[in-house]
Ligand binder design. Structure first.
Ligand SMILES: NC(=O)c1ccc[n+]([C@@H]2O[C@H](COP(=O)([O-])OP(=O)(O)OC[C@H]3O[C@@H](n4cnc5c(N)ncnc54)[C@H](O)[C@@H]3O)[C@@H](O)[C@H]2O)c1
Length: 350
């Protein structure tokens, strides 16, 4: 059993990971300012984790950029004998378009927020960290499947902030012994817990394909726009590596185990399935799962998109003994279970 701080634990990936960590017996302190999430997510996580889980999840409403909030979180997580064992750092902003319009906000939350967190970790002698990085680091990939050794060449402010934090982590790891750090480069996290109790609940118009499709399926939006039908792919639509959020959550557990059981480490690993699916294939699979037609329209390509982005997932398999277990049909089934049971997302609290 480890004592863990989870920043951004109320969010989409954080909430699913909290559930997997509670089920594995860990004690958690979540620090989240609910900038893009609802407290209801963590209530449901506790309910899903079952008897006894409530006492192992403390929630602090606060901001990673505020030292006082970080101090509260570290104090809450410490036992009488020891400090927190590790941090999993999800908190951040993630919308590419928004990052182009509001770059300073992205540098502030993602980069400055991570810097504050690392300073608090160093001050408390907690040097084990799992960081949410992103495949967006690779920009337009030159090699597909993309290995971790591919050049880091982001093409938008969001990607630059993730690259900057990864660099900060390399600098920190090199500065003194004792750091154990994993930067996990997620591909396209989608789906939901199979119960349909927790899932992705984006504010406003979804930025990503999968929540868009599910909102069309449930009647919240009219049709899906497919950006580009002339890509050099098998059906002309873009190909991505979709990873079930429960597989991703289990990837965090595997990374944590690897860090806690070894000496100094600096891991930079892709978390993806290694399989590519086209936009049209995802639409067809979702239609099959929900038994409804998903209207779509093929429109012009979007600037900044690549034809195909698929992970080389072999390093994570070798280093962590982890690989994805769930296929596109399960992603769509579980995603639909969440969306159909929660058509408007989590209840909005007044
Ligand atoms: N979902 C994806 O497609 C994807 C892909 C690659 C990487 N990531 C990264 O994974 C992480 C989690 O993503 P997600 O999809 O769960 O996003 P999310 O928005 O659902 O979760 C992020 C959480 O962080 C919280 N947060 C934001 N700013 C904060 C702050 N200043 N202080 C405290 N909490 C704050 C939000 O309220 C939210 O609960 C992010 O860092 C994101 O960049 C996500």
């Amino acid at each position: 059993m480890a004592r863990l701080l989870i920043t951004g634990g109320a969010g989409f990936i954080g909430s699913h990971t909290c559930l997997v960590l509670l089920e594995a017996g860990h004690e958690l302190v979540v620090l989240d300012n609910y900038a893009n999430s609802s407290p209801e997510a963590l209530r449901r996580v506790v309910e899903l984790a079952g008897p006894g889980a409530e006492g192992r999840l403390q929630v602090i409403e606060g901001d990673i950029r505020r030292s006082a909030d970080l101090e509260r979180a570290f104090a809450e997580g410490a036992s009488t004998e020891a400090e927190l064992d590790a941090v999993i750092h999800f908190a951040g902003l993630k919308a590419v378009g928004e990052s182009v319009a509001q770059p300073l906000r992205y540098w502030d939350v993602n980069v400055s927020g991570s810097q504050h967190l690392l300073a608090a970790m160093a001050a408390h002698g907690c040097r084990t960290l799992v960081f949410s990085s992103s495949a967006t680091l690779y920009g337009y990939p030159e090699t597909v499947p993309i290995p971790e050794s591919a050049p880091i060449q982001p093409i938008n402010p969001y990607g630059y902030t993730k690259a900057a934090v990864e660099q900060m982590l390399r600098d920190v790891a090199a500065s003194e012994p004792g750091w154990r750090i994993a930067s996990l480069r997620y591909f396209n996290p989608v789906g939901a817990h199979p119960s349909g109790r927790i899932g992705e609940d984006p504010n406003g118009v979804p930025n990503n394909l999968f929540p868009f499709i599910s909102q069309v399926a449930v009647g919240r939006r009219e049709q899906v726009q497919v950006f580009g039908g002339d890509w050099p792919t098998r059906d002309g639509s873009g190909v991505r590596d979709y990873i079930h959020v429960m597989d991703l959550a289990e990837g965090h557990l595997a990374a944590l185990k690897a860090l806690l059981s070894g000496g100094d480490q600096l891991l930079q690993l892709n978390l993806g399935s290694g399989q590519g699916h086209s936009v049209l294939e995802v639409i067809a699979a979702f239609a099959q799962a929900c038994g409804r037609t998903i209207p779509y329209e093929v429109v012009a390509r979007r600037p900044g998109d690549a034809a195909t982005t698929v992970a080389d997932a072999t390093a994570a398999a070798k280093t962590l003994g982890w690989r994805t277990q769930r296929d596109l049909a399960s992603i769509c089934r579980d995603g639909w279970c969440w969306q159909s049971n929660n058509p408007q997302g989590y209840p909005k609290l007044s």
